[in-house]
Design a protein around this ligand. Sequence first.
Ligand code: XMP
Length: 513
Amino acid sequence: PVLVVDFGAQYAQLIARRVREANVYSEIVPHTASVADLLAKDPAAIILSGGPSSVYATGAPFVDPELFEAGVPVLGICYGFQAMAAALGGTVAQTGQREYGGTAVEVTSTGTVLSGSPQSQTVWMSHGDAVHAAPEGFEVLATSSGSPVAAFEDRERHLYGVQWHPEVKHSPLGQKALENFLYEGAGLVPDWNPGNVVAEQVAKIRAQVGSARVICGLSGGVDSSVAAALVQKAVGSQLTCVFVDHGLLRSGEAEQVEKDFVAATGVQLKVVDARARFLAALAGHTDPETKRKIIGREFIRVFEDAARDIVEHSDDEVRFLVQGTLYPDVVESGGGEGAANIKSHHNVGGLPDDLQFELVEPLRTLFKDEVRAVGLELGVPEGIVWRQPFPGPGLGIRIIGEVTAERLDILRAADAIAREELTRAGLDRDIWQCPVVLLADVRSVGVQGDGRTYGHPVVLRPVSSEDAMTADWTRLPYDVLSIISTRITNEVPEVNRVVLDVTSKPPGTIEWE
Ligand code: XMP
């Protein structure tokens, strides 16, 4: 693999993704890994990421000069570039002058990394210190007003560096620079793609599972569906999937799992109809955290019963549980092998001691967009592969107030209309998600036909986001909003107002509860 050494900013994951987009497999390693640790992974190339530190800060992550003796091509980016310069005897100056944002650089020699670059270009910078003199043996390739040495390389030793961030889209020629490093600098062949993962994971799953039985909790979301489809492909009838229908899904979603997914993949599915049980448990509760806890608790209990039932009625040992853990979760929880990071209830944490399973996590090395590619490769229905994020507690946290069967029906109807029109307008891939929220305890006066109405408002909450950590409200076209509003107020009798949430996150969260 290409190893991306993470110096502790947000950038390492983005670099790893860009390398994979260049069809070269990459993995992220913490900067605390020793040179021996890195070399043990037999890297084809190493990229040192940016980071928040100054090489002068006490305790600043440091690069062992031995790394540069190993004959492995290395690219330093931003902090990684400066750390490389410092380790090899260049001069890094604390100028106190920050370069931040789009910055003009002059390319004095294109060398390998900047091959194909025009003489002037705009790149994305974010740094305080600057490299003032390149180490011996390096050629300076570019300069900017704040960075006398903004890029350098030593072709003989296959060492390269840029002060800017080639991985961000604000550096228009950034991907080209990364590809130059990978293909020319490191001589790599672009032959990896997420589809390759299928064969590799199938072999891995077979080796791990042998002839034992496996269970998997399906939520209807992308991750659990693709994970299940992979395991199904690997061990077929040894897998049983459990789908807990808690009645809090949107219109058509349960059917998508029970019919389309089963038809497409051939998995053995055990559906547990727990709708009445969830409604009973939620009756009378209005506090958001209480509702979340109730849904989480009931979910585990229902799943536990279903799992126990499968274990008791199986002739073979049921030893494995499939989880749709993704690479960002693995990296954020400390990376490497180690234990699974169980994030929320629908990942089925908290099973009792007598129901212990080993985990099968076939998506551990993948980013979300790669999971989608694998899903398509496996024939998972597109409606599932492209499903926008949907919270585990489902519509239960989109009804403000008590959750009842009638309110769920109202919200489902309004939500279905909004989704249909957003799809019709071709906006699905532009928005991150668009919760529709029912303000069940609010009523307002309206007029419809000849009569006065006294109905409920629903809120449209379209957001744009990269990762759900921050979000902005999406500027949906007025005509689309208008159609949604007209249809909802016409077709859902209990709703007489449609309002738009124009709050970013922060300060608002994406969901209302
Ligand atoms: P918030 O509301 O915190 O949501 O801005 C961020 C993202 O997380 C989703 N979300 C959840 N997902 N279980 C989940 O699996 C949950 O309990 C949960 N709560 C929120 C939300 O839809 C958004 O994408």
